[in-house]
Design a protein around this ligand. Structure first.
Ligand code: ATP
Ligand code: SF4
Ligand code: MG
Length: 333
């Protein structure tokens, strides 16, 4: 059977208004050859720093952006060939900011009912029954149905966003920074809800975040992006326990983790590069604590270094703890 989602060598480039030094149009390769596979009911975490292309990839999967190359297949069908409505029924999104993405004048009941009404899936008592069930599914009290978004807390609003996304019974839910706008204690509740829904409903989840700790908490597999490319992918716990790519290690070491106390922290040198002018060879080389000459010239390909764990790094099996002390902050706990 085909996978739920198959993404093959996907490209999405933005041509910017201004022109570069030689008069040519500047181009940002926001998604630059991404290949991914997501099985039914699986949770895949997509992680990387700001600007690495996570949201562009998510938007392209939803059909909101037209790819510049490559293919996306959903349930074995190319998304170029399906009706937008067919895709909407199957792929839904939970947005980052529950404060601005819910229509303020509508009741919660109406907000959750809207996708069912638009798609002609329920009306009358059946519609009310389905809305009540969705409100209960996301752990909200029945009384919220007649309130407006401004009368709810941030966490409650995000639950409404999730209920609205689940109304069409999608097989894939994309959550793009769905907890980043919330307080830490509320974040944990929403993450647990997403995990529980994924297991109970057999829902596939693409969980997008810049925080690798959060991503590992909800995902079975993770994909790490850097400047439009996937640089490491594998089972979440294996990647977290023993990352192959120095960039993954840098992301992990930027997250406070009491269980990792006393270990050297690896930090990237300098700031992320200008995405309009990415570095040659391995795009991470100017920031990489273990880069060698070869990294400047040769683009590393995503290869299987361990069963199920792939990385795009010439030195993927080098022990990262042996990195140059100048690049590793040994004072950090
Ligand atoms: N509509 C657009 N026009 C031009 N450039 C864009 C557009 N959307 C995104 N980009 C650029 O594409 C790159 C990837 O952006 P994207 O929003 O996908 O990153 P992200 O990983 O989601 O970042 P964040 O963590 O900040 O949400 C960035 O360099 C961004 O400036
Ligand atoms: S290929 Fe070289 S520069 Fe790139 S991550 Fe690996 S060691 Fe660092
Ligand atoms: Mg984003």
């Amino acid at each position: 059977m085909s996978a739920l989602l198959e993404v093959d060598d996907l490209h999405k480039h933005y041509r910017l208004r201004g022109r570069g030094w030689w008069g040519q149009r500047s181009v940002v390769r926001a998604v630059d050859g991404v290949t991914l596979r997501l099985e039914r009911g699986e949770a895949l975490g997509l992680v990387g720093e700001s600007g690495c292309g996570k949201s562009t990839l998510a938007r392209t999967l939803l059909g909101l952006e037209t790819p510049d190359g490559g293919s996306i297949r959903f349930e074995g069908r190319s998304i170029d060939e399906v009706e937008p409505r067919w895709l909407q029924r199957r792929v839904q999104m939970v947005f980052q900011d529950p404060y601005t993405t819910l229509p303020p004048h509508m009741s919660i009941r109406r907000i959750i009912a809207e996708p069912l009404i638009i798609h002609g899936l329920a009306k009358g008592d059946e519609l009310q029954r389905r809305v009540d069930a969705l409100i209960a599914d996301v752990g909200l009290p029945a009384a919220v149905a007649d309130r407006r978004p401004r009368q709810l807390s941030g966490g409650q609003r995000q639950r409404v966003g999730i209920a609205r996304a689940l109304a069409l019974e999608p097989s894939l839910l994309i959550a793009d920074e769905a907890v980043s706008a919330l307080d830490v204690s509320v974040q944990a509740q929403i993450l647990n809800l997403l995990r529980e829904l994924q297991e109970r409903l057999g829902l596939a989840l693409l969980f997008v975040s810049h925080d690798i700790g959060v991503v590992t908490h909800v995902s079975q597999r993770i994909a790490v992006m850097y400047l439009g490319k996937v640089v490491e992918t594998g089972p979440a716990l294996d990647v977290y326990a023993d990352p192959l790519h120095p960039y993954t290690r840098v992301l992990m070491d930027s997250v406070p983790d009491p269980t990792r106390r006393g270990r050297d922290r690896m930090r990237a040198r300098g700031d992320p590069p200008d995405p309009k002018d990415p570095p040659s060879g391995c795009a991470f080389h100017p920031r990489c604590p273990i880069a060698v000459d070869r990294c400047r010239d040769e683009v590393p390909l995503l290869e299987d270094w361990r069963p199920e764990q792939h990385a795009a790094c010439h030195l993927a099996l080098e022990p990262l703890d042996g990195a140059d002390t100048n690049e590793v902050d040994r004072s950090a706990t």
